[in-house]
Design a protein around this ligand. Structure first.
Ligand code: COA
Length: 260
């Protein structure tokens, strides 16, 4: 990566991560991907961060997927390695113990949309456009897109998007549940920060357990899913945060959660 291909900024308990290769529509080259992969792993141990917002520099692109200029000169073995790394990295994002909001500030194509799909919540600017366009390049999504997209929007819509290489507008993406919200024009980061701050007001342990229950529960039958929910609830019972919420209710004040 050039030193600054991923920018990070902390605002209280919120971490803003910005893909910063605007001259390539924030496409992911190997070194940016490697740096991102390392960074995501380290984030697992940062207890001060309660929400991550991922976005891209500029107002044209969140991420145009793999760096196709770099790809042109890669051997088959290097391509395999890249795909392996991107798949693992997106899975590591999905499994982070904190919520990840993707602020889609423009184009999200191929790996760019797969990146967004690995996040917990997607909000987009009105000019965003997104699609898994890989078949137009003779490949298929390799960063989890064929699995996460149908789980989010259903198999029919997913197959239509995949087979036609469709690029949806923000409004179209909203209508099929691919994104959660469209931010007002020019206000994407404000909108994302507002959402992140609201999440920060809640118990980080409860949020972590809710995320685990949803993520793990969706891939099993409902009986097993309810067991997972029960196990996740159990984690919350002995916490100071739970007692703090009860005390705050009684004292008619807002709770202050410490994640303990
Ligand atoms: N990899 C590397 N460079 C990319 C890129 C990518 N995925 N996507 C865009 N760029 C570069 C362009 O080559 C161009 O740089 P150049 O002028 O030095 O050649 C610059 O970003 C701007 O792109 P441009 O195509 O001129 O802008 P546009 O607004 O007309 O179109 C896109 C934007 C994203 C629609 C178009 O560039 C595109 O289709 N990119 C490929 C996206 C894709 O298929 N991704 C899936 C990969 S698996």
């Amino acid at each position: 990566m050039t030193e600054d291909s991923i920018l990070t900024e902390r605002k209280g308990h919120i971490l803003i991560v910005t893909l910063n290769r605007p001259e390539r529509m924030n496409a992911l080259d190997r070194s940016t991907l490697a740096a991102g992969a390392k960074f995501i792993k380290e984030l697992n141990y940062d207890r001060d961060i309660r929400v991550v917002i991922i976005t891209g520099t500029g107002d044209k692109a969140f991420c145009a997927g793999a760096d196709l200029k770099e790809r042109e000169n890669m051997t088959m073995s290097e391509v395999r390695q890249y795909i392996h790394t991107i798949r693992d990295t997106f899975t590591n994002i999905e499994n982070l113990p904190i919520p990840v909001i993707c602020a889609i500030n423009g184009i999200a194509l191929g790996g760019g949309l797969e990146f967004a799909l690995a996040c917990d919540i997607r909000i987009a600017s009105p000019n965003a456009r997104m699609g898994l366009t890989e078949v137009t390049l003779g490949i298929i999504p390799g960063g989890g897109g064929t699995q996460r997209l149908p789980r989010l929007v259903g198999r029919g819509k997913a197959k239509e998007m995949l087979f036609l290489g469709l690029q949806l507008t923000a409004q179209e993406a909203l209508e099929i549940g691919l994104i959660n919200r469209i931010a007002p024009e020019g206000k994407l980061m404000e909108f994302a920060m507002e959402m992140a701050e609201k999440i920060c007001n809640n118990s980080p342990i409860a949020i972590q357990q809710a995320k685990i229950a949803v993520n793990q529960g969706l891939d099993v039958d409902i009986g097993r899913g309810l067991v997972i929910e029960s196990e996740a609830y159990e984690v919350c019972i002995p916490t100071k945060d739970r007692l703090e919420a009860l005390a705050a209710f009684k004292e008619k004040r807002k709770p202050v959660f410490k994640g303990e």
